[in-house]
Design a protein around this ligand. Structure first.
Ligand code: IPE
Ligand code: IPE
Ligand code: MG
Length: 254
């Protein structure tokens, strides 16, 4: 029986973020070239998007290319960029069928022209979809995002559009690339690495973290359900004590 049946639909994370890692190691294990792992990884993307949409999760953010990934061999970077274009084209029907809206975070200006054009096309085609917001983090780095936000906020102060005293969490939030998205409740990283690698540093301040040894190309729907079940077993205390959380849950039931 699928683990899906065990998931409580009333306790879903609103926003799930995923560091999709392990494509290269997956390929090596099969005796294949690294880049073939990325191609296989796109199947895991499709499965994860479908399961998130089917469950009723509002937002799914996938780390697809980091600001640091430009430092990989040129052939690998080029392959990743062409794979982005071809899989966007190929998956339009998956997005439409599942009522998924696509958007990006990160500085996409730096991407090759073809990738930008293909992204713009799919973003436009899916802009009225309402079930799930799929955000691809492309040329994304959390430090770059924070620097970018700091510059915009500083300009507003210099122009007298904002006072220093007005800077609070909401102001910072609203200047990050993720400003339209709900708070990140859950962060998944595949492949056994236990690090954040410059992903959503501000946004995961209170997210539940989940690390699995499964390599991204092997990650399937059941692996996703297992992760969600694990999330549902956690007690999120936000600095409070257990009894306070239990009491507020009881009140919510009445
Ligand atoms: C994740 O897989 C995909 C990207 C970072 C683009 P990797 O390519 O990092 O795979 P490993 O970590 O080398 O196995
Ligand atoms: C993080 O994975 C970036 C993406 C998943 C796109 P990496 O494989 O690049 O991370 P590090 O460098 O090993 O930490
Ligand atoms: Mg990696």
């Amino acid at each position: 029986m699928s683990l899906k049946t065990k998931i409580d639909p009333n306790k879903l994370p609103k926003h799930v973020a995923v560091i999709m890692d392990g494509n290269g190691r997956w390929a090596k294990k099969q005796g294949l070239k690294r880049v073939l792992g990325h191609g296989k990884g796109t199947e895991a993307v499709r499965k994860t998007v479908e399961s998130a949409a089917e469950l009723g999760i509002e937002a799914l953010t996938l780390f697809a290319f980091s600001t640091e990934n430009w430092n990989r061999p040129k052939f690998e970077v080029d392959t990743l960029m062409s794979l982005l274009v071809s899989s966007l084209k190929k998956e339009i029907s998956t997005l439409q069928k599942n009522n998924v809206r696509l958007q990006t975070i990160g500085n996409i200006e730096k991407l090759p022209r073809k990738a930008k054009e293909q992204l713009a096309e799919v973003i436009e085609l899916t802009k009225n979809n309402t079930r799930l917001t799929l955000t691809l983090a492309l040329n994304y780095g959390a430090r770059e995002e924070i620097i970018n936000a700091t510059k915009i906020i500083s300009k507003k102060i210099v122009n007298n559009d904002l006072k220093i005293e007005e800077i609070d969490e909401n102001i910072i939030n609203s200047h990050l690339y993720t400003f339209t998205l709900p708070v990140v409740d859950f962060l998944i990283r595949t492949s056994g690495e236990k690090r954040i690698s410059n992903f959503l540093l501000w946004q995961i301040a209170y997210a539940e973290l989940y690390f699995t040894d499964v390599l991204w190309p092997d990650f399937n729907k059941e692996d996703f359900y297992e992760a969600i079940l694990n999330y549902q077993s956690r007690e999120r205390r936000f600095g409070k004590i257990s009894e306070q959380i239990e009491n507020s849950n009881k009140e919510a039931e009445y």
